[in-house]
Design a binder for this molecule. Structure first.
Ligand code: NAD
Length: 347
């Protein structure tokens, strides 16, 4: 049996390894690092090959491929979204991803991305809020207390200085789970029994629910002047969280308009309704929040550059650690053109 050479081995980060890496680096540190990584990639937005993600829809969910590339690396994520999964003991969102070297086309990293997606989504939300939320915001309503929720709360603490979170989920077990998981987070946690109660006194409203319909998690009368809305869960055609009237009162910030127009809250608006691209706010060519009364809305759907940033971060972070294994996933004949001979010799 021939042994693959070092250059043909691909580092693989399993779920166990990812959890080890997060604890090794520290949860709040990794969230801040990911936010910095995403921000520096958003600031060089024009260097990327970009495309809306490729989505395959079914009655019950969606499976998506999310590619992005710069001159050095190509990355993609495979991700699903199946809101009914939790009732069957499965997760709504699972993912894995790959980073490759553009010069050779060889993969340089294969990794789980279910954990990594929760981390990068939370980092991205808090990063957007850093630019858009009212200064001095201390309190966030967290509506939807599923898999993403604790990551969101901790990212807002680590990156925006949030001290208080007010939780609500239509399933009180989810709220109890979230509150329990946040006991040692350093956040003041208030479980609430309605969305109306959760938004009381909150300057930041996060909606992170999963339901394959035009839902109304926030109705128009629930949104007062000056708040920042971080709308995570509306991320598919026919899947939204906000009453359309809120959108007409808000300054709307998006990742990549060609994708958000199809998938985000703004699918409810005319195709030419004005939105601001977040990368322009981060690079200083557009303004974020301009007044204390303004309602700012991050219409988050999740964009491939955020995954690219996360993949590159993990690729660097695992070097010299035990948090990966090498996979023999590339055929590596001694003579590169003798693939068939390699097969014959293996008999
Ligand atoms: P999850 O299924 O683990 O949790 C969703 C929670 O929403 C559940 O606890 C459910 O009870 C609750 N919920 C549903 N309808 C509700 C309602 N009307 N009021 C209150 N609570 C309600 O899902 P998750 O992994 O936490 O993901 C949440 C959402 O975020 C999904 O829709 C997912 O597609 C989306 N998401 C977006 C991004 C992004 O980048 N924008 C990334 C990851 C996930």
């Amino acid at each position: 049996m021939t042994q693959p050479s070092e250059k043909a081995l691909v580092p693989f980060v399993s779920v166990d390894h990812m959890m080890g890496l997060v604890h090794h680096i520290g949860l709040e540190t990794i969230l801040r690092d990911l936010a910095d990584e995403i921000e520096s990639d958003f600031k060089r937005w024009e260097e990327f090959d970009k495309t809306p993600r490729v989505a395959s829809h079914s009655e019950v969910g969606v499976i998506e491929l999310m590619p992005a590339a710069d001159r050095e690396n190509y990355g993609f994520k495979y991700v699903n979204g199946h809101p009914k999964n939790t009732s069957e003991g499965l997760q709504t969102v699972t993912a894995f991803g790959l980073l490759a070297d553009v010069a050779t086309g060889y993969p340089v990293l294969l990794t789980e991305m279910t954990m990594l997606t929760a981390l990068r989504t939370a980092a991205m939300s808090a990063l957007a809020a850093k630019h858009l939320a009212p200064k001095g915001a201390t309190t966030m309503a967290m509506i939807g207390n599923g898999a993403q929720s604790e990551f969101q709360c901790i990212a807002f603490k680590a990156i925006c200085g949030i001290t208080d979170v007010r939780l609500y989920d239509k399933d009180s077990n989810a709220t109890a789970k979230c509150a329990r998981n946040l006991v040692k987070s350093g956040l003041n946690v208030t479980p609430c029994t309605s969305a109306e109660a959760a938004i009381e006194g909150a300057q930041i409203l996060t909606t992170c629910t999963a339901d394959k319909q035009y839902a109304t998690i926030l109705s128009d009368n629930m949104v007062g002047p000056g708040v920042h809305i971080n709308a995570i869960g509306g991320d598919c055609p026919g899947k939204t969280e906000l009453a359309a009237a809120i959108l007409h009162r808000s300054s709307i910030f998006v990742e990549y308009p060609p994708q958000t127009r199809i998938e985000g809250e703004i699918q409810q608006l005319d195709a030419d309704h004005p939105v601001t691209e977040l990368w322009k706010v981060m690079s200083g060519t557009e303004t974020g929040r301009t007044s204390a009364d303004q309602i700012t809305l991050f219409d988050s759907v999740g964009f491939a550059i955020e995954d690219f940033s996360a993949l590159r971060y993990v690729h660097r972070a695992i070097a010299g650690t035990p948090y990966y294994t090498n996979l023999d996933m590339l055929a590596d004949p001694d003579d590169p053109r003798d693939l068939f001979g390699m097969l014959q010799r293996a008999k």
